[in-house]
Design a protein around this ligand. Structure first.
Ligand code: 6PG
Length: 243
């Protein structure tokens, strides 16, 4: 397990400013080294101001490849759609080729077929060496009060998947699509954005490694992790960890 890097910010605004800098730094480095930058986006509320900020950034968008870490199984124009949210707050405001934007498909009657399609898209764009797990340059993740991340929810089958990049998640019986634990852990840079006091209990178990990973799925993310926390989420957690 890699030692996570944890940074605490007084508020969402300061956390967002640091996240914008971090994403653009990682993009510049990847484009210099490999000619392109591959990123997977998080849903939920916390990343919205980050996306709004990136809409104003000066970067070669044509060398970005945009994926999602998870998706609610609804049409992309539905208010709950993660793809819809990122399009509205960021992607429709920038000059990026449509072919570089890869929303998770939600138009299949069977979500498992949609997961297969997205797996093929990832393999095709990331083109890993035969038999290896491809690496995204950066994946953005949030965390729920229950310790879920992406759509890897407590005590669900998706947590066990080790031979795929994408699988079907289960939120209270509602299907989701989600990247899998081994694929997420393969990313060159994993950036957690976590805000709100209601996240403290899960964070305490996750950062102290005292919880059960199936109860707190974010514990299964053990790659190159950086945690950006606001003060409300970090209160009574980070200091106790002596981190
Ligand atoms: C989703 C997300 C999910 C989210 C957490 C945290 O589709 O809901 O990808 O994993 O990141 O629920 O959400 P907040 O940032 O809104 O607290």
């Amino acid at each position: 397990m890699n030692t996570p890097h944890i940074q605490t910010f007084p508020n969402l605004q300061a956390l967002t400013a640091a996240a914008i800098d971090t994403v653009l730094e990682q993009a510049a480095a990847a484009i210099t080294e490999r000619g392109c930058f591959t990123i997977a986006l998080a849903g939920g509320n916390t990343p919205k101001p980050l996306y709004e900020g990136l809409a104003k950034a000066n970067t070669p968008w044509a060398q970005w490849q945009i994926f999602w870490g998870d998706e609610r199984y609804v049409p992309h124009d539905h208010p709950d759609s993660n793809a819809g949210m990122a399009m509205a707050t960021w992607l429709k405001h920038i000059d990026i080729p449509t072919a570089n934007i890869h929303p998770m498909p939600t138009d299949e009657p069977d979500p498992a077929v949609a997961a297969d399609r997205y797996e093929a898209t990832l393999q095709q764009v990331l083109a890993p060496a035969t038999g290896t797990i491809p690496s995204l340059d950066l994946i953005l993740l949030g965390m729920g009060p229950d310790g879920h991340t992406a759509s890897l929810f407590p005590h669900t089958a998706a947590l066990q998947i080790r031979d795929r990049l994408v699988t079907v998640g289960d939120k209270d019986g509602q299907p989701r699509l989600t990247l899998t634990v081994p694929f997420i852990n393969q990313a060159r840079y994993i950036l957690f954005l976590v805000t709100g006091a209601n996240k403290q209990t899960a964070l305490r178990h996750i950062l102290s490694r005292t919880g059960d990973p199936h109860t707190y799925p974010a514990m299964l993310i053990e790659g190159q992790c950086t945690w950006f926390l606001d003060q409300a989420a970090a209160e009574g957690v980070v200091k106790q960890q002596g981190v």
